[in-house]
Write a protein of this length. Structure first.
Length: 449
């Protein structure tokens, strides 16, 4: 099967744009979602879970960057798994990545609605979430450079706001608050909290989705990943620890707007700074919302271009050079999730997709090292094979924990995968080989020296 000829995406992104995309994809995880982990593990239990997940992401990103720079394809893990394992590997990785990003988007939309509702109780959470969905679909259609520049501006504002938040609450931090009821559910709570700790970093791998739009990707992608991850680790631990020490953390463990509530506890709800903070708090959520739409649309585009989704979704807009139908399709999925789910359930589904995708990526890395030793690798995973092995082991443990503690959501996830495999086989796509740039290894001819 030969991939249909499509227009090429423009290479316009620089390292600063990649840093902005990496941080913007994730930074909403500092604003909400992670605190739900306190409810199942306590503060110290969640701190331990976060350390474990941070180690996973450090080892994963340094390993994943090898794949991203060696195979700069908009399909990300889908492309790597196809090249390493063939059609079924590509299907599994592609399905997991779609679940990762397509469910991250409505989770963030819920939080956006909740922040607005905090500011004005008359604003309906669901309606405002859907409004943001429409607006950012249109922004992404306008062009990747324009949207990346927007990401840079909004991300800088979001980071500045988190630093302001830390400056306001840190004088009120009390260690006795943080250490109160530290592990109410014992060691099992740590495992239950792992998917919520994933939310601190989930979607940073989305930088791979714009690999085809990066200037000098082999040099610039590592810079974007590593600088973005360093920024996020600092913010994640700072926000979690200081927020947990200003009051009884249980008051914040079920909210979609923990940071504005924390500010209101410190300053008082009547204080004008509380409302101002909640207002600019929208920047972090908007940054990630915008970024996940960008990344999910590129995943849909890549899978459609390869024939795994309807071909029409790979059409690129002639004027804006963006995959407009892929962007719109992702928006439709987001609308469906918004109308049927709740924040914590959508978040767990997104985390499950991410974890499966991480596992497939690390397996692909090991297989490609063996199958294609001649592949040009401008960036190689440090401490190989230890780094990818650590990432794979922690990812596997996290998936087992999700399946154990959230069996119904796991059944939905794997049931959807079973349906996708059945359709895939029924259409005979498992028998066909993709001939597409980056998807298969080039023919190798002997060279006589």
């Amino acid at each position: 099967m030969t991939a249909a000829k499509t227009e090429q995406l423009k290479r316009v992104l620089k390292p600063i744009h990649l840093w902005a995309i990496a941080v913007s994809l994730v930074i909403s995880g500092e604003y909400f979602g992670w605190n739900l982990g306190w409810a199942v593990s306590g503060t110290v239990g969640f701190l331990i879970a976060t350390v474990i997940i941070t180690v996973m992401y450090i080892t994963f990103i340094f390993s994943y960057t090898e794949l991203t720079t060696s195979i700069p394809h908009a399909g990300g893990a889908f492309a790597y798994a196809y090249r390493a394992m063939g059609p079924f590997g590509g299907l599994l990785a592609g399905y997991a990545t779609l679940i990762d990003f397509l469910f991250a988007t409505p989770a963030i939309a819920f939080a956006l609605g909740a922040y607005l509702h905090f500011l004005d109780p008359d604003i309906h959470v669901l309606y405002s979430a859907m409004f943001f969905n429409i607006v950012f679909i249109l922004i992404n259609i306008l062009g990747v450079k324009e949207s990346a520049t927007f990401s840079l501006i909004i991300t800088l504002l979001a980071v500045a706001e988190l630093l302001l938040f830390l400056g306001i609450i840190s004088p009120h931090y009390r260690s006795e608050n943080f250490l109160s009821h530290p592990m109410p559910f014992g060691w099992s709570g740590i495992f239950a909290a792992l998917p919520y700790a994933v939310w601190f970093y989930l979607a940073i791998e989305g930088v791979a989705m714009v690999a085809e739009e990066v200037k000098d990707p082999k040099r610039n992608i590592p810079r974007g990943y590593i600088s973005g991850l360093a920024t996020l680790i600092f913010l994640a631990f700072s926000v979690m620890i200081f927020t947990g020490g200003i009051t009884d953390w249980r008051k914040l463990s079920t909210l979609d707007y923990p940071l504005p509530e924390a500010i209101s506890i410190v300053l008082g709800k009547a204080n004008s700074l509380t409302k101002i903070f909640a207002s600019i708090g929208l920047f972090g959520l908007i940054a990630s919302f915008h970024g996940t739409i960008l990344a999910s649309s590129r995943q849909v585009f890549a899978m459609a271009r390869s024939g795994y989704l309807p071909r029409g979704l790979s059409v690129i807009n002639h004027k804006f050079k963006t995959p407009h139908w892929s962007i719109i399709a992702g928006g439709v999925i987001s609308f469906i999730a918004l109308s049927t789910g709740k924040t914590d359930k959508v978040l767990i589904m997104s985390a499950m997709g991410a974890i499966v995708m991480y596992m497939m990526s690390m397996i692909s890395l090991f297989m490609l090292r063996k199958k294609e030793p001649q592949l040009e690798r401008p960036f190689t995973a440090p401490f190989f094979p230890m780094f990818p092995a650590i990432a794979l082991i922690i990812s596997t443990i996290t998936l087992i924990a999700i399946v154990y503690f959230y069996p119904i959501l796991s059944l939905i996830f794997f049931g959807g995968l079973a349906v996708a495999i059945a359709i895939f086989v029924a259409m005979g796509k498992h028998k066909l080989q993709l001939i597409e740039d980056f998807m298969v290894a080039p023919a190798i001819t002997p060279i006589n020296h």
